[in-house]
Design a protein around this ligand. Structure first.
Ligand code: NAP
Length: 281
């Protein structure tokens, strides 16, 4: 059984981005908008800034108060869309409830939408046109490719159909010539479907829901879930995924751990997308 090491692979991607930026003297600049004071969002934004620094990408940070209006956020995005120095824009989610997330995300120029969340980016992915791809699923494709796991012709099952993980994941696996099935909370006889998967991507948002009874012998299992645990009640473990790792790792041929699997890939792919944005501009 192979453990797919997201730390090593994400580091390699960040190093490649840094190399291209330094050698090509590329001016890349990521503008990050944070509205409100959600502590988890603050941590994510900080990690993104650190990764930018590592890769030689300039980062601009806009920290707006909770009381900001939708118009103010849209006006800032409009300004950043027109700013030639800025090659990537992202708005940290979730936004406060009085702001329409879809409206804000769709206001980001498709040329700078490095998160790949806007309707235009998602539409481009669906028809195979160039555009930014959502970082987590794009990172999963990199994990598979860089671990020499073939996708073409394989039976791929994606558990979960969210707009940021499940749906783009399915489109990307299809683009790689996988034969793809998507399951969700209304799927009947779900195990019959998941047990057919050569590659099983689990993004259900339910701690350790997927045990060995969902998995075919020798399948590749990608666990997208991240859940915090109380270390005192869990033998020192601070995080778990959507997959029961101890059980599933005994039947899988390859698996991503949590932490250290899919998680680190998301920021690495954000750096990759920001470089792409700079090259396109
Ligand atoms: P989400 O929006 O909550 O979507 C969960 C999906 O799972 C939904 O489509 C839901 O079906 C389906 N589902 C729920 N319960 C199910 C069940 N019992 N059987 C089958 N399907 C079920 O979650 P998400 O945003 O895609 O995230 C999924 C997980 O990935 C979360 O743990 C999240 O924290 C993690 N995540 C990690 C990263 C990262 O590593 N960087 C990034 C994003 C998300 P319905 O559509 O029918 O409700």
């Amino acid at each position: 059984m192979k453990i797919i090491d997201g730390k090593v692979i994400s580091q390699a991607i960040k190093d490649e981005v840094r190399d291209k930026i330094v050698k090509g003297n590329i001016k890349a600049c990521l503008a990050v908008i944070l509205v409100g004071s959600d502590p988890a969002s603050g941590v994510y934004v900080n990690n993104k800034k650190k990764a930018c620094e590592y890769c030689g990408i300039k980062s601009l940070s806009y920290e707006l108060p909770d009381s900001s209006t939708e118009e103010e956020v849209l006006a800032l995005i409009d300004k950043l869309n027109k700013d030639d120095e800025v090659t990537g824009i992202l708005c940290q989610l979730p936004l406060p409830s009085h702001i329409n997330e879809d409206k804000v995300i769709d206001a980001i120029s498709p040329l700078k939408d490095v998160d790949g969340f806007s309707k235009l980016s998602v539409g481009a992915l669906s028809i195979g046109a160039p555009g930014f791809v959502s970082c987590t699923p794009a990172g999963i494709i990199q994990l598979l490719k860089r671990s020499d796991i073939a996708i073409s012709g394989k039976r791929c099952v994606v558990m979960g159909r969210s707009n940021i993980v499940g749906k783009p994941m399915a489109m990307l696996l299809l683009r790689e010539n996988g034969t793809v099935t998507v399951t969700h909370s209304k799927t009947e006889n779900i195990k019959e479907i998941t047990k057919e998967a050569d590659i099983l991507v689990v993004a259900v948002g339910k701690p350790e829901m997927v045990d060995a009874s969902y998995v075919k012998d020798g399948a590749v299992v990608i666990d997208v879930g991240i859940h915090r645990l109380d270390p005192e009640k869990n033998n020192g473990r601070k995080l778990c995924g959507d997959v029961k790792y101890d059980e599933v790792s005994k039947v899988a041929s390859a698996i991503t751990p949590v932490p250290g699997g899919v998680g680190p890939m998301t920021i690495a792919m954000l750096m990759y997308n920001t470089l792409e944005g700079a090259l396109r501009s």
